[in-house]
Design a protein around this ligand. Structure first.
Ligand code: AMP
Length: 213
């Protein structure tokens, strides 16, 4: 099963991916996570992507398409979920080509919908562990001890691009560059819209019903 997960930053894509990985054994392919790893490794790609990411801009298509085409070629036959890619119509066209070349297709496009005002609160309160990657929220998902990871007692950090100013820019980019993808995929008839301002457990059950139908 191959899935594209669409939705603005902070719409709950990461949370839902975890459940999908657990239930269906799919590989989670997050373009944002891959880029953050490249940055941590100080690779050429990571260094090129850095300034775009920190300012809330999209990394140029050519860099992303090359990075994700490689990841798709190496993906297991059992299937995967794409999270954060594609983010432009151009990326979606290139993804279709890469999939056709590999004799595969996208089976489901899940579109998580949340209003911007909720997203702003969700993202600016988000804190993560730089060591194990666990994600918390200062109001909704507090660690046991303020500012400290439950798993390994590392001090939690805020992503540089999770500040109010940068979030506003990321949301702008989402509406201008990524939202048109919903219509792009609707032509294929495999898009499912899900309100993601609900309890993530309920959203998860709705997703399972769609995939298991
Ligand atoms: P994310 O973790 O998905 O919110 O991604 C973090 C940042 O990485 C984004 O704000 C972009 O700067 C960059 N990024 C991730 N995926 C893409 C993509 N498909 N196209 C362009 N930039 C991306």
């Amino acid at each position: 099963m191959r899935i594209v997960l669409l939705g603005a930053p902070g719409s709950g894509k990461g949370t839902q991916c975890k459940s999908l990985v657990e239930k269906y054994g799919l590989l989670h392919m997050s373009s944002g996570d891959i880029l953050r790893k490249e940055r941590a490794a100080k690779s050429e790609l990571g260094q090129k992507a850095q300034s775009y990411m920190d300012s809330g801009a999209l990394v140029p298509d050519d860099l992303i398409i090359e990075m994700m085409s490689k990841a798709i070629k190496e993906a297991p036959k059992s299937g995967f979920i794409l999270d954060g890619f594609p983010r432009t119509v151009n990326q979606a066209i290139e993804l279709d080509k890469a999939m056709a070349d590999a004799g595969m297709k996208i089976d489901f496009v899940l579109n998580l919908e949340v209003d911007d005002s909720i997203i702003e609160k969700r993202i600016t309160g988000r804190r993560s562990c730089p060591k194990c990657g666990a994600v918390y929220h200062i109001e909704n998902m507090k660690p046991k001890q303020d500012g400290i990871c439950d798993n390994d007692e590392t001090e939690l950090v805020q992503r540089a691009d999770d500040t109010a100013e940068v979030v506003a820019k990321r949301l702008d980019n989402y509406h201008q560059q990524t939202e048109p993808l919903v219509d792009y995929y609707k032509k294929n008839g495999n898009v499912y819209d899900l309100r993601s301002d609900r309890d993530p457990e309920i959203v998860k059950e709705d997703i399972f019903k769609i995939l298991d139908f």
